[in-house]
Design a protein around this ligand. Structure first.
Ligand SMILES: *[C@@H]1O[C@H](CO)[C@@H](O)[C@H](O)[C@H]1NC(C)=O
Ligand SMILES: *[C@@H]1O[C@H](CO)[C@@H](O)[C@H](O)[C@H]1NC(C)=O
Ligand SMILES: *[C@@H]1O[C@H](CO)[C@@H](O)[C@H](O)[C@H]1NC(C)=O
Length: 434
């Protein structure tokens, strides 16, 4: 130990510093005070955060689910593995806010995400019928399908069109089961139907490969496939390293992923009885599977046409009042109402926010000058800027052109790289991080 502070005003001499003047001392104290204060802030912040997203709390929440399972209050195809056979291994808490709980786990070796909008089963509204009916007198599967359909249509905002179609396969499966639903099954189903994201994913499961798969559920918790999301801080957007098991080069993969984005945009416009609008298009809300399929993993801002119209139709004084995240419409200054018809499209926003940075000349480097690349940049630019509006033909032509260019680039890529002279590794673009 060095000698302690000896003479007043020269506190720091023992540190070997010749700074004894009063102003220096004041400065040093101030600096120290700031340091303590900032550390305190970080500590308090961490404590508040960790209070909500800790392993302890997450495990307690899952324990409560299992207690209620054993009491017979809730059930699901995941419960046995979660609560009895220990086949669900807790990994970490990913997110917690206002009761919304997201947990990473492994289910029989497969990475999954466990989700629930509210942490407690009792926080969900119960099916009113259960309170009046004798538990022994169970509802018939047909009744359940009827009530579930109402709930689903309500949740997705499909109840104004008259004949909104029930998710075909899901409904069929519910109808075809031979035995009636037990109380726990109904209560569990109802807690799930109150979670818009679950309903949305569940409805689109059988209809699209571009949404995350729902793998199972226990009570109010459901498991979806775990995919790592894209990220905004890397122009690469997706960690190609994680899916590079395939025979593809980096450039190849980017083209394939772009093609999958195109496919998704086209299908969301055309595959369902109502157009599906994505109003929050950013890398974090998408992921890719090993086969390079693009998957929407956060669908809180996805709406079918009827609900979209409802959302857009607002009072306004100018066009800026008619922007709902990535979904915009025009202000009619005569009536002071926003048009209920969306003015841009999913593909347009994908071109703006994902393709344009991807295929920008700076990112492509020497390759940017190649004729096909130049054509692609032009097409992307045009796609980002073309107003969608009334004329449907131009956007469709643009979509076809992008498809054509990307397909040609893909073929070119595979034939030139067979020579092995390309030398383009998986990491090549990562050099351009910002
Ligand atoms: C959930 O239940 C636990 C235990 O009953 C309780 O301590 C907690 O406050 C509840 N959380 C919410 C958000 O209701
Ligand atoms: C609903 O569908 C039925 C048969 O599929 C059809 O006859 C009826 O006209 C439709 N109603 C509306 C409002 O679209
Ligand atoms: C929109 O404007 C109408 C008439 O100007 C008014 O009655 C209505 O309350 C307004 N709605 C909202 C949400 O401000």
């Amino acid at each position: 130990m060095g000698p302690g502070p000896s003479r007043g005003g020269c506190l720091l001499r023992w540190l070997g510093l010749k700074i004894c003047r009063r102003s220096t001392l004041v400065f040093a104290l101030l600096w120290f005070g700031t340091w303590v204060f900032l550390n305190g802030l970080v500590f308090v912040h961490r404590t508040i955060l960790s209070d909500y997203c800790t392993d302890d709390k997450s495990k307690r929440i899952l324990q409560r689910v299992c207690e209620e399972y054993r009491e017979g209050a809730l059930t699901g195809d995941l419960c046995e593995d979660l609560c009895v056979s220990g086949q669900v291994e807790y990994k970490r808490c990913l997110y917690y806010e206002n009761g919304k709980k997201v947990i990473e786990a492994r289910w029989r070796g497969t990475p999954v995400v466990l989700k629930s909008k509210l942490e407690n089963f009792s926080s969900y509204e119960s099916l009113g019928l259960l309170e009046y009916q004798d538990p022994a007198e169970e509802l018939s599967p047909l009744d359940v399908v009827f009530y579930a359909t109402l709930e689903i249509r309500n949740s997705l905002g499909l109840d104004m069109g008259g004949n909104a179609s029930l998710p075909p396969l899901w409904g069929q499966r519910m109808r075809e089961r031979g035995r009636p639903y037990s109380r726990a099954e109904l209560a569990s189903l109802w807690s799930l139907l109150q979670q818009e994201e679950y309903v949305f994913l569940r409805v689109l499961q059988d209809l699209s490969r571009h949404v995350a798969k729902v793998l199972g559920s226990c009570g109010h918790f459901y498991a979806v496939e775990y995919l790592s999301a894209g990220h905004a801080w890397d122009q690469n957007i997706f960690s190609l390293e994680e899916v590079s098991a395939g025979p593809w080069t980096a450039r190849d993969m980017v083209h394939r992923i772009a093609l999958s984005f195109l496919d998704m945009a086209w299908r969301f416009d055309n595959d369902f009885s109502h157009r599906l609008h994505l109003c929050d298009i950013k890398p974090e809300n998408f992921a890719i599977r090993k086969d390079l399929t693009v998957v929407a993993i956060d669908v809180d801002m996805a709406f079918f046409e009827p609900k979209m119209r409802d959302i857009l139709e607002q009072n306004c004084t100018n066009d800026d009042d008619c922007n709902f995240f990535d979904c915009v419409s025009k202000c009619d200054v005569k009536t002071n109402k926003c048009s209920s018809k969306r003015r841009n499209s999913n593909l347009q926003v994908i071109c703006q926010k994902i393709f344009r940075p991807w295929f920008s000349p700076t990112l492509l480097g020497a390759k940017a000058g190649l004729p096909l690349q130049v054509d692609l940049q032009r097409a992307v630019q045009e796609c980002a800027e073309t107003p969608w509006g009334e004329d449907e033909e131009r956007p469709q032509a643009l979509q076809k052109r992008l498809l054509h260019l990307l397909t040609r680039l893909l073929h070119q890529g595979t034939s030139s790289e067979r020579g092995g002279a390309d030398g383009e590794g998986v990491h090549s673009h990562t050099a351009l991080n910002f």
